[in-house]
Design a binder for this molecule. Structure first.
Ligand SMILES: Nc1nc2c(ncn2[C@@H]2O[C@H](COP(=O)(O)OP(=O)(O)OP(=O)(O)O)[C@@H](O)[C@H]2O)c(=O)[nH]1
Ligand SMILES: [Mg+2]
Length: 276
């Protein structure tokens, strides 16, 4: 017989680890994004284009999640930034314990912007809070515009949706308007960026989004009162789980939503074992 109470206890522990990672990152003043998509949608390519184009300033760090191998880590290490490869050895997602172990090996004082590239998978990664401030979701136009409707969790928990490979639109029947419509039903007000990592179209908008979120995080940290240490939860008009990262939107910014949005510990029905 399946023991649901054991599953729940394991989940609670996983949630706490994600929260602990978030506090640790906030304490180190690191803005962290969790980049998720189906395999091959262009996560690593987007990071390469970003590192090539972004104005000097933010010091990057990367945690690469893959089932096996370090091909993506090798691609990013040529930018001279700290990269840690996590091999999940079969698991289809990263979990917060693995991220915490990777953080243990990094010099957090030398990173402003940490990118976690999750394992390519449209389902499982969305179930695990790694401690990120924002979730970046990629959907490439070769995957079909029905994917938001068929895999809603990933889209519901995303903070920004990048529709990638728009250079290939003429060769597909992908309906940008329909994909965007459903994504907005799932996540009201979500920012949607149409991008080609091949031609560079739309990349300026993505980089502007990233810089805006990083600046917002910094502003927030700078304005934090001194009566509670960075990253510590505290109480005023929100719950004890509230943390002061950029995922908390006192100021939604020009085009970002202020919805209660993705609870850090958001998960669907069905256990972490589903698909894992
Ligand atoms: N035509 C076109 N190809 C792209 C674009 N972005 C990425 N690609 C190609 O798509 C393939 C997969 O890209 P990756 O960046 O490795 O994808 P990924 O999401 O990191 O893949 P995994 O880490 O294996 O899940 C590569 O051959 C890229 O060159 C794009 O905008 N247009
Ligand atoms: Mg990759």
């Amino acid at each position: 017989m399946h023991d649901f109470s054991v599953n729940k206890r394991l989940w609670d522990q996983t949630d706490e680890l994600g929260l602990a990672n978030r506090r640790r990152l906030e304490e180190a003043r690191i803005y962290c994004i969790n980049v998720m998509s189906a395999p091959g949608a262009g996560k690593t390519t987007l990071l390469e284009r970003t590192l090539e184009r972004i104005a000097p300033g933010p010091r990057f760090g990367v945690i690469e999640g893959d089932i096996q191998g370090r091909a993506d880590a090798d691609r990013l290490e040529r930018f001279g930034i700290p990269v840690r490869q996590i091999n999940t050895n079969g698991a289809c997602h990263l979990d917060p314990r693995q991220v915490a172990a990777a953080l243990d090996t990094m010099d957090l004082g030398s990173i402003d912007l940490l990118v976690i590239e999750n394992v390519g998978n449209l389902v499982c990664p969305a179930e695990f809070d790694l401690g990120e401030a924002d979730r970046v979701m990629l959907l490439s136009v070769t995957e079909g515009h029905d994917k938001p409707a068929k895999y809603p969790l990933m889209f519901r928990t995303a903070d920004v949706l990048i529709l990638n490979k728009i250079d290939l639109l003429p060769h597909t029947d992908f309906d940008l308007a329909e994909a965007s419509r459903v994504a907005r039903v799932l996540r009201e007000g979500i920012e949607i960026l149409e991008v080609s990592c091949r031609t560079g179209e739309g990349l300026d908008g993505w980089i502007a989004w990233l810089e805006h979120r990083l600046a917002h995080a910094k502003e927030h940290w700078d304005g934090m009162p001194h009566d509670h240490a960075p990253g510590q939860s505290h109480n005023h008009d929100h719950g004890p789980d509230h943390s002061h990262g950029p995922s908390h939107r006192h100021d939604p910014g020009p085009s970002h939503d202020a919805s209660p949005g993705r609870a850090p510990n958001h998960r669907p029905t069905g256990g972490p074992a589903s698909g894992a």
